[in-house]
Design a protein around this ligand. Sequence first.
Ligand code: FES
Ligand SMILES: [Fe+2]
Length: 445
Amino acid sequence: MTSESAIGSLLIDRPQDGIFEVARRAFTDPEIFALEQKYIFEALWTFVGLETQIPRANDFLTTHIGSQPVLLTRKSDGSVGCFLNTCRHRGTIVCPFKHGRQKFHVCRYHGWAYDSDGRNTAVTEEADGQYPESFRDKNRDLIPVARLESYRGLIFASLSPSVPPLEEYLGQAAHFIDLIVDQSPVGQVEFVPGASSYTFDANWKLQFENGLDYYHFNSTHSSYVDILKNRAVSSNADLPREDSAERVGQGSFSFPHGHAVNWSIKQVSAYGRPLSNDQENLNRLTEQFGRDRVKWMLRQRNLTIFPSLQLIDISSSQLRTWRPLAPDKTEMTSHCIAPVGESAESRRMRIRGYEDFFNPSGLATSDDNVMYEYCQTGYVAEAGNTLGYLRGLGSDPVHDGPHANEVGITPDEYAFGAPTFGGETNFHAGYREWHRLLLNAGQKI
Ligand code: FES
Ligand SMILES: [Fe+2]
């Protein structure tokens, strides 16, 4: 059993001494993995779907919270329900499908039926079953998750009744969800049809880190960088630039509960962004939200909601979630997320950009997955803690600044540097939260 001191030494957090270290066994130890599943993934809020995925009564989708299968349904009264996807009879998965629409979910094993409100509506051959008297009064409905809330159409669920309210949990990180949803004339987001799921043979924290990691871009994605350079030569240099009056650079904000966002200010063509190709929408947004917010809608932003959601808004837009399967195996699910009601030209560009970079067949995903597996292989070496979390530690921490003021936030930490800064202090909030939760778990076991 993992002792408290073994958990304590997983993170050495002394930024004032220039030290921030995560132990390699955090990525390989099966006992740590089991604690993470129970005390992080099954104890926090998990993104389970978009409201627009289940718009009509009886629409459903299935997913997981940590290791536990759940069924998300649009109930008969129009509200959303989320239930453990396991039959009350003998435990079979009640719904084996990814998504669909049906009023009743009939268990394949012995035929018990449940409606989209989760109610058990039929027990096969009940009258002939010689059930004990007490069976009639037993609750046989699907078991609802402890908590279910939405923010701007993103549905989150938790197996723990004691999580804080979702808006409190998201805190100011929610501003970066708003920057995507507000691009829609109707204030809604949807998935472009066609999710992709795949596994990589490495720990989930490699994906958590990568979404916050601008440092890797030029080396890991060198072939993509070459392609971009070639495209730049062949594109029209007279196109307007975004942020042309701003100091270029790369920065991040960190928030309570382990969330963080990376962003960059580049003087690249404004026409590289789907939103820029919809002048009518841009005019509306500027009028409604002001120039600063529109400027931030057009900037590259990579948002990580701890522990398992990333929202990326660059030349396309991606929502990805991950599900840890083993210390060295993780399932990824990736969607192209898009504002409802954007112009056809913006949507076309968004889809082409997604195929280009994010799709598993695109130019980035496979690069990253190979690096995760290289890391996982390297972590087995008994070479001490890595030096991977120090970029940015040479600056005094600040909590506000012109960029934070523009977004109207006061993050726990704010970092900004050269375009090649590749700050790593934005990993710290997530690792501190991870360690705090594991230490709490250590006191319970
Ligand atoms: S396990 Fe579902 S009906 Fe028997
Ligand atoms: Fe990458």
